[in-house]
Write a new protein. Structure first.
Length: 450
């Protein structure tokens, strides 16, 4: 077999392949055997029909077509390996010559990974937010904990903001009560904004047994988007009572004996969270700077496929689970279809560039993935997917996704290598030591891009 590579552009090549006919013999034998199993000829046992009879009855052309279809993937792969190419996607194959007993010739056009020149990235400098836990942060954290331990009790007074009211609702459009516009026994916290627009004003000041009407645009149901007249009946008013901020509360809400110990733990925990956020910010900023340093030719077919995949996943999986159409999602986001497409293309380009560059750094730095690193990554991915590690591992193996996970870990190590070489300072001008947070943040960053 002879092959030659013609570069059409930095991301696409044309392979020209010539195969001597004798190299087709294994595929020809397989073709005769396959046809033998599929047809019957009077006077011959199934599977024992001579080749000359098959040629006479069914045509030599049918045999050649079967043989070529069987052989093409093998010869294409040999040509790719010979040319030391990294193909992306499926090739476009064109048989240019087929002479029985002499020669098979074909061309194959395919996108390839572009050759990249990775410059010195040690000069990258980024600035991230300083890790500062304020007294206000502590108070907010403790207050959120207090909210979780709040109690409610019925009150005989007018409802006010922060109270919980139990209400019955009836919605009318054009004077007709909607079939799905009646609800009873709903608990609603005044001021939360979690029901209909206008309900806060309607129920504020009402006691149990009071009623009011208001107009509101319906957010869902059979009359979604229409103006409705809504009648609300308050059947109960309950006040929320927060526990006192003292040592007794600390013992109730945590494993600590005193409020001071609880606050100290909150400070430490918030510090860890902000440190992780800082590491994530560093990863994102270093990656953005790295992308600016490297010129990456973009394979158009790969980009088109990636855009379509992202759009399909958003429309049929993420939005589908939320009961939204793409048009409704764009309306909520305040985006036009053109803006959405442009944004999607930009995200896809960044994802592809990120993968190409980090893969090149993996090769350049000779980075490898150990079994324990792969296992740890698998555990994290399983946790984020809501599956058990065993279930996730089984799904990965059955779907042939192990190389994908290995690639994610390797790219994470590549990004960590770049971050380690870069200079990261906080907003106070201090050099940041990311330590262990860098590993977790890198995992999150590279998984998101993938």
């Amino acid at each position: 077999m002879k092959s030659a590579v013609e570069t059409l552009n930095p991301t696409r090549v044309r392979l020209t392949v010539e195969v001597p006919f004798e190299e087709l013999k294994p595929s020809l034998d397989a073709a005769y055997k396959k046809i033998n199993q599929q047809v019957t000829v009077k006077g011959f046992r199934k599977g024992k029909i001579p080749a000359r009879v098959i040629d006479q009855r069914f045509g030599r052309g049918a045999v050649l077509e079967e043989a070529v279809n069987d052989a093409l993937p093998k010869f294409y792969t040999e040509a790719v390996n010979e040319g030391e190419l990294n193909p992306l996607g499926q090739p476009e194959v064109d048989i240019t010559e087929l002479k029985d007993g002499e020669l098979l010739a074909f061309t194959a056009e395919v996108d390839i990974r572009p050759a990249l020149e990775i410059p010195d990235y040690s000069g990258i400098e980024v600035t991230v937010d300083a890790v500062e836990v304020t007294d206000e942060d502590i108070e907010k954290s403790v207050e959120q904990l207090r909210e979780r331990f709040a109690t409610t009790s019925p009150v005989e007074r007018a409802a006010a903001e922060g109270d919980i009211v139990t209400v019955d609702l009836e919605a009318k459009v054009d004077g007709e009560v909607l079939a799905d516009g009646v609800a009873t026994g709903i608990d609603y916290t005044i001021g939360s904004g979690q029901l209909l627009d206008g309900i806060d004003e309607a129920v504020t000041g009402l006691e149990a047994g009071g009623s009011a009407t208001f107009t509101s645009e319906l957010k869902g149901g059979s009359a979604e988007g229409k103006e409705a007249e809504v009648k609300v009946d308050v059947t109960a008013v309950k006040a929320r009572e927060l526990p006192a901020l003292d040592d007794e509360f600390a013992q109730l809400a945590s494993e600590f004996d005193t409020l001071d110990e609880l606050k100290a733990d909150s400070r430490e925990r918030l510090g860890r969270m902000k440190k992780f956020d800082q590491a994530t910010q560093a990863q994102e900023k270093v990656l953005d700077e790295l992308l600016k340093l490297v010129e990456v030719p973009m394979p158009e077919k790969l980009l088109e496929d990636e855009v379509n995949t992202r759009k399909h996943n958003l429309e049929h999986h993420q939005l589908g689970q939320m009961g939204l159409t793409l048009d409704k999602y764009l309306e909520i986001q305040g985006k036009s279809a053109e803006e959405f497409e442009a944004e999607l293309k930009e995200q896809a380009e960044k994802g592809i560039k990120t993968q190409f560059i980090l893969d090149e750094i993996v090769n350049k730095e000779k980075l490898s993935v150990a079994q324990d690193e792969l296992t740890e990554h698998l555990m994290r991915r399983a946790q984020s997917s809501g599956m058990s590690p065993d279930q996730f591992a089984q799904a990965v193996v059955e779907g042939g996704q192990v190389p994908m996970l290995v690639g994610e870990v390797a790219r994470g190590k590549a990004l960590a290598t770049v971050v380690e070489a870069a200079t990261v300072k906080d907003s106070n001008g201090e050099v940041v030591n990311l330590d262990d947070e860098e590993d977790e943040a890198t995992e999150a960053e590279t998984s998101t891009e993938a």
